[in-house]
Structure formats: C-alpha cells, structure tokens
Ligand binder design. Sequence first.
Ligand code: ZN
Length: 251
Amino acid sequence: MKITRFQHNESIEYGVIESGRIHLIDGSVFSEEIAYKDEYAELDRVKLLSPVVPSKVVCVGLNYKDHAKELSMPIPEEPIIFLKPPSSLIGPGENILYPSSVNRLDYEAELAIVIKKYTKSILSDRSSQHILGYTALNDVTARDLQKKDGQWTRAKSFDTFCPVGPYIATDLDADDLHIELNVNGQIKQSSSTSNMIFGVDFLVSFISGVMSLMPGDIIATGTPKGVGSLSRGDKIELIIEGIGSLKNQII
Ligand code: ZN
C-alpha cells in the first residue's frame, strides 16, 4: 500500500491511497494493524506533505557502484554516514530555496528507508521487520560548502534541502528498483538500486549498531551516477519504481 500524509481541512492526517482517493487512517501509522476512519479525501484536492516526520535523517555517502566508478573512488569498506536535520524536510511540490551564500547546488536522487519501530543493534536478517516502507528523497547539497568546510553539516542542512515523498510504499522489494531524476524534463540520473554497495538490510543493521532508530526515522541510501548542479527556476522530478514521482522547484 501507499501511505500519504496531507493537510486536510484544518488538520494533518495520514491516509492510504485507494483507487485515486485517500482513505484516512485512524490512530498511528506505525501500529501493527492500520485502522481506518470512515472518511475519504480526494487526492487531487489536498496538499501532500512529507509522508513522515522523522527524529533524524541518516544518510549514506558513496553507496552506488556506478557513482564510485564515475568519481574514480574506491569502493568503501564500511558505509560513510552523516545526518540531515529534520528542519530541512519539505514535501512534494514545495520549493527548494537556493541560498545566496551557495555557489553550487546539487541534486542527489535517493531511495529512503522509513523505520517502523524502535531499532537498536539488530542483525541484518531482522531488518525487514523494522522497515515500514520506502520513499524518495532528494539529498540536496551545497557542493561548494561541502568542499570548503571539510565536513558536511552546513552543506547538507539548509532549510528545504531534503524533499521527501510523495508516498511511503510498503510491501516493496528494494533489491532492484529503477531510480531516475530529471531536471526540466532532461534525464540526469537513471540507475537501479541493485547497484548499491551496501544493501538496505545491512544499512539498517549497521546504523542501528551506532544509534537507536525511532519510528519514522529515515535512512537515505546514497545516490547513483549522474550527480550534477541546479539553477534557480529548475524543475526537478525524482521517480522511483513502485513509489511514484517527487516534484520540486528551485527558487
Ligand atoms: Zn546523498
């Protein structure tokens, strides 16, 4: 199923997409059995929000073989992890703000794992039980500041630098999903999650060995080859098979 979070009248609701409509969820989206309200909303009449509100976004650097090859970088022995703050999140259709202090802004199309329950030091064969589903995430990066600072916090953390959505797809096998990003209709990234160096189950286990993961926490699994820069006015579309299309514009 596809889970959405959206603005509905005066409140914020979670729902499940059912043949073009949204069936509103009653209670927590993280409970073992999802319960429903006797209420629907029209998908094309609501404002979709980031499908989840994480306590943290854990990102993985250099995790695609095709991207490592493109950069002539060796395959890392362990995942390189870093954080993006929850304040950087925006939803589908929201604008990415190009900061005046930045000279090079890049897109990074990524498959994002959404954590279902408290996860600490689990073995990778238990990871699937801790995953609610998958969504798309654009790890927007101020590339000039990343190089200048020598560490990544400022470059990755500006408000609006983390578009997420449009939905959380559950029951998805993440081993071989097509991932694509286009800018103004021109394809820039086109790959498969099968090119990942460290797979989903390993990443959940590895990161949970470092920090406790909470329901709703996001793990962004790295970007494939074809990373490039953006200009003000650019329209970005990130498409992941089985999840949908996440559209945002640079202003
Ligand atoms: Zn990234």
